[in-house]
Design a protein around this ligand. Structure first.
Ligand code: NAD
Length: 487
């Protein structure tokens, strides 16, 4: 094993070698090259990081909020300066195209910008007279050590939903990045340190299940932010809640897009293609089902097929590539099994991604199924790959009924020029993030990332004011000040 490739943990302001006995290979999914070895750290290393973070909290919580915010401003400047380098690392370890990686970096920066508003966001409220001579004031305080567990598909944006805000509000943080995309975090941590972050405030423990369990069970970790798949999110939510922690678990999706007959079809097709096949469909906001009105279905599908066949596949660092590889060989095989299942269950293949699969990386082509029904596995499961299902519907009401049958309810979109239809869609669809005439309705940092149903477990979502509530606790002071007598 080459020492140069071995990733380390970041504890108390230093990169330290893990005590792990096992390491996992990290690949460039576009070339299959091993680009790193990530330690599967132990529970003891989590304990060590928590001890450090607990100690750091005692000082960090007392640093005046505007001073903490200034470090966030410095961090934001450094991220802007290094944005191209960050995007390159994302493309190399995740496989998404460089332009999408740049977009992801921008999203992460926006989270840091939002967190830099901590002095305003942390303000409490007060009422000068709640009874004669009595007033009440509500103050916000950080909660302590927070644990973050993140997925492979957004190595920068998702961690940035968590640690910048938690830290700006005065908490200290233990991050466990995805073992499949653990490289970027080193750069983020180094830039945050350069920005002036004191040691012990942000710690990184690399690994898999053992580290997650260590975080979920540790009595000194007060809150858990998780983003990942539904089964793991459900497990995290249950175990951490049983340990009496605050939990927010953002999980899987099966996002439906409705195309009505009055839609601008060219726009709909372009947006749906980039939503379904960009980032190889490995996005929790990816469009995975289109419900299209029968009258325009043939025309819509013909356009979609033509544009899909023209998609440029390849290494995300190459110009013009839309569709990169999926993250690992097993994800490619899993995708092929879903395509076989779709055929077996009677859906009609319009584009068969197996024909464009190549072995130089974990590449699988874009796949489109027509005549999908809600009893099919390809409709029910989150495939998390470039596979799109189409269902022909009579009208908007039927389209909404179908979407609402899914166990997931992350995002949903509509393409139409009819304002009444848009309002009806908004009022009746079960999903937390809606798009009108656009493909990926991911809210910006100052709004909550607000999945419903099995797409989210918890009460307060990531981002927006929800994140301020999640990472703070309140103290309400009721005080009597007798009116002085001047006689
Ligand atoms: P994943 O659930 O496999 O992994 C997420 C994290 O959980 C990783 O850090 C991983 O190490 C850990 N983990 C995995 N299995 C575990 C286990 N058995 N016990 C304890 N910890 C475990 O998810 P992924 O494949 O990295 O990411 C893709 C998933 O994330 C998709 O389902 C996607 O929809 C979801 N996602 C959701 C959102 C959202 O906002 N709702 C955003 C991004 C990704």
């Amino acid at each position: 094993m080459s020492n140069a490739l071995k990733l380390k943990n970041y504890i108390n302001g230093e990169w330290v070698e893990s005590k792990a006995t096992k390491y996992e290979d990290v690949y460039n999914p576009a070339t299959k090259e091993v680009i790193g070895q990530v330690p599967l750290s132990t529970k003891e290393e989590v304990d060590e990081a928590v001890e450090v973070a607990k100690k750091a909290f005692e000082e960090w919580k007392n640093v005046p909020v505007p001073r903490r915010a200034r470090i966030l401003f410095n961090f934001q400047q450094l991220l802007i300066k290094h944005r191209e380098e960050l995007a390159r690392i994302i493309t190399i370890e995740n496989g998404k195209s460089y332009s999408e990686a740049l977009g992801e970096v921008q999203r992460g920066i926006e989270n840091v910008e939002f967190a830099a508003g901590a002095p305003t966001l942390m303000m409490g409220d007060s009422l000068s007279t709640i009874a004669t001579d009595i007033e009440a004031t509500n103050y916000r305080y950080p909660i302590g050590v927070v644990g973050g567990i993140t997925p492979f598909n957004f190595p920068m944006m998702v961690p940035c939903w968590m640690f910048p805000m938690a830290i700006a509000l005065g908490n200290t943080f233990i991050l466990k990045p995805s073992e499949r995309t653990p490289l970027l975090i080193e750069k983020l941590v180094n830039l945050f340190t350069e920005a002036g972050l004191p040691k012990g405030v942000l710690n990184v423990v690399n690994g898999a299940h053992d580290v997650v369990n260590g975080i979920l069970d540790h009595p000194d970790i007060k809150a858990i932010s998780f983003v990942g798949s539904k089964p793991v999110g459900e497990y995290v939510y249950k175990r951490a809640s049983e340990n009496l922690k605050r939990v927010q678990a953002l999980t899987g999706a099966k996002n439906h897009t409705i195309v009505l007959k009055d839609a601008n079809l060219d726009d709909a097709v372009t947006n749906i293609i980039s939503s379904a096949f960009g980032s190889a469909g490995e996005r929790c906001m990816a469009c995975s089902v289109v419900t299209v009105e029968e009258e325009i279905a043939d025309q819509f599908i013909a356009k979609l097929k033509e544009e899909t066949e023209n998609i440029k596949m390849g290494n995300g660092l190459d110009d013009g590539v839309l569709l990169g590889p999926v993250i690992r060989e097993e994800n490619k095989k899993r995708t092929i099994r879903y395509i076989e299942k779709g055929v077996e269950e009677g859906a009609t293949l319009v584009c068969d991604g197996r024909n464009r699969a190549t072995d130089d990386g974990f590449f699988i082509g874009p796949t489109i199924f027509d005549n999908v029904t809600t009893d099919m596995t390809i409709w029910k499961d989150e495939i998390f790959a470039p596979v799109l299902s189409i269902i022909r519907v009579k009208h908007l009401k039927e389209a909404i009924e179908i979407a609402n049958r899914s166990e997931f309810a992350n995002g949903a979109c509509i393409f139409t020029t009819n304002a009444q239809a848009i309002r009806y869609f908004r009022e009746n669809i079960d999903a937390g993030m809606l798009g009108v005439n656009l493909g990926v309705p991911a809210p910006m940092a100052f709004f909550p990332f607000s999945g419903w149903k099995s797409s989210f477990f918890g009460t307060l979502h990531a981002n927006g004011k929800d994140s301020v509530d999640f990472y703070t606790r309140k103290k309400v002071v009721t005080a009597r000040y007798k009116t002085p007598s001047f006689e």
